[in-house]
Design a binder for this molecule. Structure first.
Ligand SMILES: Cc1cc2nc3c(=O)[nH]c(=O)nc-3n(C[C@H](O)[C@H](O)[C@H](O)COP(=O)(O)O)c2cc1C
Length: 158
């Protein structure tokens, strides 16, 4: 399955590490949101959207790039994030934008990431070392399994 991942990571490179580990495990091509076009998406079966969480949502560059796309016909998408608290509820704004553009979301993964923003920076930050090797391995396994299940369901339905 041809896979692309678009990511933004501006605080500590936490999500860059996540996106690259998942990308390597899935054999995905890695891009930034400025590269997100309808033409480019035609080359891919499966598209990942990753960023850190900034004020309760994914990065505006990522959400904005999705909002500029024409409607996709159920193209499969997956979402990743890192954040201070690791809450999946932060995915809602990006997930809603993807759904409005006609993507079908087939998997979401989140984990904690190192944070020194605002008061969290006072004592050297929180979640030092996250995502760690265990997070990266878990994310890679999660998304590989997600993709394999899609391939299996396509074969089963033939
Ligand atoms: C401006 C800013 C706002 C943030 N807002 C939140 C937030 O609302 N909830 C949360 O859990 N973490 C928040 N964080 C922490 C980041 O989501 C976390 O550090 C993430 O791993 C950063 O990813 P990055 O290094 O890929 O940019 C915020 C960080 C920054 C810099």
């Amino acid at each position: 399955m041809k896979t692309a991942i678009f990511y933004v990571s501006v605080h500590h490179g936490n999500t860059a590490r996540l996106a690259k580990a998942v990308g390597e495990a899935m054999g995905a091509d890695i891009y930034s949101p400025e590269q997100l076009t309808h033409e480019l998406l035609k080359n891919y079966d499966l598209v990942g959207f990753f960023s850190g969480i900034y004020k309760f949502r994914h990065h505006d560059d990522l959400i904005g790039a999705v909002e500029k796309l024409p409607r996709q016909n159920g193209k499969m998408a997956f979402i990743g994030s890192t954040s201070g608290s690791g809450r999946k509820a932060y995915h809602k704004k990006l997930a809603d934008a993807l759904a409005r553009r006609g993507f079908r979301i087939i998997g979401e993964y989140t984990c904690r990431g190192f944070i020194t923003f605002g008061p969290f920076g006072l004592f050297g930050g929180v979640n030092k070392g996250r995502p760690d090797e265990k997070d990266l391995a878990e994310a890679a396994a999660f998304f590989n399994n997600m993709a394999a299940n899609q391939v299996k369901s396509q074969v089963d339905s033939k």
